[in-house]
Design a protein around this ligand. Sequence first.
Ligand code: FES
Length: 98
Amino acid sequence: MTSNSEKESKKVTIKICLGSSCHLKGAYEMTRRLKEMFEDDPNVVLAGSLCMNNCANGVILEIDGKTVSKVTLDNLEEVVKKKIRDTQKRLVDGNETE
Ligand code: FES
């Protein structure tokens, strides 16, 4: 049996930078797409962030504490799904190191 805290620990958090530079590079539209992608997935939590101090490489996402840079509207879905798969596999395997 899996406890609530174990289930809770398998959630993946995606933070998207909503600072002005990332906003100009499409962060608002990315946020809309991420909401659509994960609205029915209880294991993914979406959050916004102030500038993540990496504007030159934006749009910046943070997936379970790991920075993902140069995200575009074209690569968003591919990048996010791959990172989430990797993160969930790591969490399920219990291997916190990469
Ligand atoms: S605005 Fe996104 S890193 Fe600065």
